[in-house]
Write a protein that binds this ligand. Sequence first.
Ligand code: NAD
Length: 365
Amino acid sequence: MTVDVVKADDLKKSAPVFGQLSFDDHEQVVFCNDKDTGLKAIIGIHNTVLGPALGGTRMWNYENEWDALNDVLRLSRGMTFKSAITGLNLGGGKAVILGDAKTQKTPALMRRFGEFVHSLSGKYITAEDVGMETSDMDLVREVTPFVTGISEDRGGAGNPSPITAYGVFMGMKAAAYYKFGNDHLEGKKILVQGIGHVGEALVEHLTHEGAEIYISDINEERLNFVSSRYGAKIFEGADVYNADVDIYAPCALGATVNDEALERLKAKVIAGAANNQLADELKHGTELRNKGIVYAPDFLINAGGIINVYAELEGYDKKEICRKTENIYNTTLEIFKKADSADISTHAAALQIAKQRIEDRKKLQ
Ligand code: NAD
């Protein structure tokens, strides 16, 4: 057993929550349990300096509870910086429900989850994430007003995924401009990993742009559907990192930019929707920079969804949502320039700006 493992095990025993690396100064963590519906959920509230903690709910069949806790803490922290860098008056939070969304999600479970959200009196506002649909948010809305992403016929902004994909597309174009000197993606080989709600909408933008698209997913049905709909090629190799592409767009789950990936990655640009793409944000952010791979920070370019749900709270229209989302292009370029002039990773540059906004607001309070 290495020293690191011993330390990690000790930490888990002596400081299982506050001592987690991903805990990173969370304000509050709420464990929700309901025997009748089988609900087991964790709500992470990372920071509320800029406003209520808004972030989606993910339902996932985690291997164990540690993975679920770690995931919610990492995602919740990411939301703080996403809203901060996007200029929204929102804090960061997130929720995970432990279980299989296909077989264990019931209306009663979703309503019970909504009651837990309600018990926080608006400090946390939920929305959809992986494993959730707009109809699930409608169920949560039956028991609490502290939910966004409800359907348009109920006064909501609807599914945020198309806007998220549009923002990712903008960030990808900015990254292409920075790396290749041209933001047109025609003829560029692009691998989209994960073709769910966001991935498919991204494929649609890339199709219009004339890119050569490769798709990968663990769901074969989705692969066949998206391939036949847009003419995208199904990536056949066993190793997505080794794919001979210009751009890698991670749109499934996080931590796919890790040690293993960095050894083999051929893409020159990484720009995708998945949250927490860097397994270790310090180490892998720096390694990407050293390898000359342009990385568009995930929490910056996937902010379209939060912009969309924020519109529900602030009452602004589609035009304003699109304007704010399009601006991701400019912000991404600013981050690249800042990273170059300070000789730091693009992730670190984006984080600095987000943290500064929170510190500035604190001084006013
Ligand atoms: P989704 O559940 O609709 O799609 C995820 C897809 O990834 C599914 O098709 C799934 O089969 C696939 N997948 C899972 N594991 C995979 C693997 N190992 N390899 C390849 N494919 C795999 O989710 P979504 O709403 O499209 O979100 C995708 C990512 O973007 C998530 O990380 C989410 O947190 C992030 N995100 C989404 C939004 C949004 O508006 N939906 C906003 C910001 C960030």
